[in-house]
Design a protein around this ligand. Structure first.
Ligand SMILES: C[S@@+](CC[C@H](N)C(=O)[O-])C[C@H]1O[C@@H](n2cnc3c(N)ncnc32)[C@H](O)[C@@H]1O
Ligand SMILES: [Zn+2]
Length: 193
């Protein structure tokens, strides 16, 4: 039989406006607190790579995409948080997060990076790379949302790519507008002189 989902005095789980199910602050949370542990199955790096590739393949092009739940704990092991007991797997991504994962004595915790108000949704930056960024649109709703789920270090590169894309789209729109519409064939006035 499986264990009960783990919880903490700080959290509750409910529907999120960002995506599906989310995790919310049940009370005020001070900065630098261990909000909830991210638990999972301890696996070797080799198994971790195998699972990541299998999951990416399985989710390619799917709307219910890319939920990779694997975290690095040390040089030899990762944990796969894709187990029902791991309540923290419901924490959504945000471009303006209030938590960050940290490994403390080989255990992964979500730590508050600022004071969190009661009722606020908990979030962290998933830290995805830029490969296939278009498959991970972000709906975090933050004022500073960059539009896609990716690590903050990638933001300058992402912004450049998006600007380039926008420019290209504008150019091809302009080109299409300039093209003369196909001339209609005038009916030939046969027989009239
Ligand atoms: C680990 S799950 C998070 C829990 C999820 N809300 C659920 O109900 O299962 C990760 C998935 O949630 C979705 N997600 C999380 N944060 C998101 C965001 N900011 N914008 C859009 N989708 C998000 C993506 O589909 C992502 O692959
Ligand atoms: Zn965002």
């Amino acid at each position: 039989m499986g264990r009960e989902p783990i919880t903490s005095k700080y959290i509750e789980v409910r529907e999120s406006e960002i995506h599906g199910t989310g995790v919310f602050a049940k009370t005020k949370v001070p900065k630098d607190k261990k909000v909830i542990e991210y638990i999972g199955e301890k696996i070797t790096k080799k198994e971790s790579a195998r699972r990541s590739i299998a999951l990416i393949e399985k989710n390619r092009g799917s709307e219910t995409d890319g939920a990779v739940y694997i975290f690095e704990v040390n040089k030899r092991h990762d944990i796969d948080g894709n187990i029902p007991e791991n309540t923290a797997r419901f924490i959504n991504h945000s471009c303006d997060p209030n938590c960050e994962p940290d490994v403390i004595k080989n255990r992964v915790w979500l730590i508050s990076t600022r004071k969190i108000k009661k009722g606020e949704e908990l979030s962290y930056n998933y830290g995805f790379d830029l490969d296939d960024y278009e498959e991970h649109e972000c709906r975090c709703g933050a004022k500073e949302c960059v539009g896609y789920i990716t690590a903050e270090d990638n933001w300058p590169k992402l912004k450049k790519r998006l600007a380039k894309k926008k420019k290209k789209a504008k150019k091809s729109k302009k080109k299409a507008a300039k093209k003369p519409a196909k001339a209609k064939k005038e009916p030939t006035k046969k027989g009239k002189k």
